[in-house]
Design a protein around this ligand. Structure first.
Ligand code: HEC
Ligand code: HEC
Length: 419
């Protein structure tokens, strides 16, 4: 009889403990001081004011944002007249496109990330190969699979459109065109573009590149408006801090998911701060996109950013070298092989599919991936297997679903302007 009693009591205890999880009334979560500190640090209320971008002197100029807004939605900035930034970064999808791999003039090798709150990031692209938003904005314009235009074609377009020309000159001074200008041209373009570019003297080349950089600066001024809105999670944090009696904003499962996020799930080691990203690079063992080599990630990205003529230290930047701290002190080490930028998790329920190649379709797949922590094809996976029970995986996912809300951006910026 004794032999039976102990297991019986243990089973009853187990049922009571597990059952309590499901039955308990909302608001029972008693956060420890350390947990409270972490939770508070994730709240939107902890987001500091947007840092200045000294490399872009029009970053916070309203006219620049207007010009950038136009450029952002304008498909005339592409070789086939059909691609704009907004084609891939759609405001209604939190500035993503819902595709695994982005499609512009051609299909590209990577998945489109969200642009929400991105102005806080010191690095851009999955591998951080750009060190400012304005320098980043130049790359898609000339990339063959994105807009597939070039800086000389853009100079023709902007100088011949009176609205663009006025706005541009208002911001950056007179737009002077050389006496003879080929139809197209860029360094490292196709044979024709390269040949055309080489016909220009170096002073003219520099002036055209400066014009091009200025377009990027205007686009960046627009992108700085794209800010995340207050979510149920943020309201919950406020309630907990106010010790209000009925914190029913998050249900039990979501609160348990939050606890896993900052505890056993270890998500908060990388997805931290009010934007749920440490803005750093990590190898998390995500498989390469089918049929492709795994990406070298940040290991290459740091080198590319240092060699970029449009970086913070370059001649088109408005910053002094003392202001280029991120670039000058960028960490470079072998453990950056296969490391990618930690994306924000704000609005994550609206930005599927996930990861740098859109390899995962659902958040369930993402959570399962972290739970298993498979070894990496290149270098090593920094994350370790979590041993989460099925119910915990559901709770974690439930929590992630609480991080979405309409943007805190004026509606006018979220639709195309009247051209
Ligand atoms: C064909 C689709 C497409 C177009 C067009 C496009 N993008 Fe992107 N964008 C992407 C993809 C894909 C990435 C990620 C590429 C990578 O990391 O290698 C990206 C990355 C970015 C990033 C960096 C995001 C981060 O998390 O670091 C910014 C900023 C951005 N794009 C802005 C723009 C702007 C501004 C334009 C217009 C000038 C534009 N994009 C045009 C698909 C597109
Ligand atoms: C070691 C740092 C690290 C840890 C720990 C970590 N992440 Fe991530 N997370 C990343 C990086 C880096 C990516 C992008 C990886 C890629 O695209 O290949 C990412 C991507 C994601 C994405 C997809 C985002 C998108 O827009 O595509 C989600 C969702 C996510 N993580 C959730 C979690 C959750 C939940 C946990 C905890 C179980 C967690 N992460 C733990 C670094 C981390």
């Amino acid at each position: 009889m004794r032999d039976l009693l102990l297991p019986l009591l243990a089973s009853i205890a187990l049922i009571v403990v597990v059952g309590w999880n499901y039955l308990s009334i909302p608001g029972v979560q008693n956060w420890s001081e350390e947990e409270l500190r972490l939770i508070t640090s994730l709240s939107l209320d902890a987001l500091p004011a947007l840092p200045a971008d000294p490399s872009n002197r029009v970053a916070d100029n309203p006219v620049a944002a207007e010009l950038g807004h136009r450029l952002y939605f304008d498909t005339r900035l592409s070789s086939n007249g059909q691609v704009a930034c907004a084609t891939c970064h759609k405001p209604e999808l939190m500035f993503t496109d819902g595709l695994a791999l982005a499609v512009g003039v051609d299909i590209g090798p990577m998945h489109t990330p969200s642009l929400v709150g991105l102005a806080y990031s010191p690095w851009f692209y999955w591998d951080g190969r750009k060190d400012s938003q304005w320098a980043q904005a130049l790359a898609p314009l000339e990339a063959k699979h994105e807009h597939a235009t070039d800086r000389v074609q853009l100079l023709h377009l902007i100088s011949s459109d009176t609205v663009y020309r006025d706005m541009y000159e208002n911001l950056f001074g007179t737009l002077s065109l050389p006496a003879t200008l080929p139809e197209s041209g860029m360094p490292e373009g196709d044979a024709q573009q390269q040949e055309n570019w080489d016909t220009l003297d170096s002073e003219t080349q520099t002036e055209i590149s400066r014009f091009f950089a200025n377009l990027g600066k205007a686009i960046a001024a627009y992108e700085r408006k794209i800010m995340p809105g207050r979510t149920r999670f943020d309201d919950y944090v406020s309630q907990v801090l106010a010790e209000s009696a009925d914190d029913t904003v998050l249900n039990n499962s979501e609160q348990d998911g939050l606890q896993l996020f900052i505890g056993k799930g270890q998500c908060v080691t990388c997805h931290n701060g009010p934007l749920f990203t440490n803005h750093e690079f990590h190898n998390t063992g995500v498989l390469a996109v089918g049929g492709r080599m795994p990406t070298m990630g940040r290991y290459d990205g740091v080198r590319i950013s240092q060699a970029d003529p449009f970086n913070c230290l370059g001649e088109f930047s408005d910053a002094s070298s003392a202001q280029c701290i991120e670039l000058r002190f960028a960490r470079d080490a072998n453990d950056l092989v296969g490391a990618l930028k930690t994306p924000t998790l704000r609005n994550i329920s609206l930005t599927a599919p996930y990861m740098h190649g859109g390899q995962m379709t659902t958040l369930t797949e993402v959570v399962d991936h972290y739970n298993e922590a498979p070894s990496s094809m290149l270098s090593h996976n920094e994350a370790k297997p979590l041993g989460l029970r099925p119910v915990e995986r559901i709770q974690l996912e439930d929590f992630l679903m609480t991080l979405s809300a309409p943007l805190a951006t004026d509606q006018k910026w979220l639709v195309a302007p009247d051209y």
